[in-house]
Design a protein around this ligand. Sequence first.
Ligand code: 3PG
Length: 307
Amino acid sequence: MKVLVATQKPFSPAAVAGIKEIVEGAGHVFSLLEKYPGAEELIAAAADADALIVRSDKVTAEVINAAPNLKIVVRAGAGFDNVDLEAATARNVVVMNTPGQNSNAVAELAIAMMIYMCRNQFTPATGCEVSGKKVGIQAFGNVGRLVGRKAEALGMSVMAIDPFIPAEKILEAGATPAASLEELYSSCDFVSVHIPATPQTIGSIGYDLITKMPKGACLVNTARKEVIDEEGLEKALEERPDLKYITDVMPGNYELLREKFGLRVFATPKKMGAQTAEANMNAGLAAARQIVDFFATGNTRFQVNAK
Ligand code: 3PG
């Protein structure tokens, strides 16, 4: 079987070598497409692939339908909003993710972003400490729970909400459950967003929620650009000169936000939550192992599309 690793944002060379070793060790053919300019190159490279490993690369219906041998796509990471699940199911292609494999990297970045904003983006003005502050975690999955543990270790108190996790489980994990999003936003100095981009969540964080935040609060988004209502964010920052926003998923109106609000906003040039050697290794190798296992035994444990 031909396993294509297609990554516009490449894995580290060590992770690529590890993936190659697993794929070839199981008797499959390894192929690599990195830093490709657009969909055309992906479509051409995937034409004879049996399996595909991607990161945030867009696996559209066009890509899937142009790859007649394709049997499995593994998104080496958590969010799979970049894969057309319906098109995959229609073609009987299994789609998987590698949950938890890059969570620590994202959680560390979320904490770093809180400190960066407390310290005025490392400019000399007097900043603040995260210790003693309260963080609200929106979605208490693999990343959210790790953010909670790290925040607690830094002396922060932790509140969390997750529509799929009962309040008892949140309490057991050492966080205070919030009864509603309004409660989370109105009582936390930081809100760290960890929700996926779905039809229900897209554009769901906007003016109403953001302006509920207490004085001096900061919204931290290491999830997806699409979950923020960008006009609502702009309006909230306009009306509330004390609020801040930091993200590694750059808003469409970033230049405007930066121009208007200066050091109160910050976005990394590229999505970088999972961009560590460790996360590349964990997610990349997990993806390779899942594919090898799928071909050997039919294991679909991490399948995310309908069968
Ligand atoms: C994820 O969903 O796992 C993260 O957003 C990481 O995405 P990336 O692999 O494109 O860095």
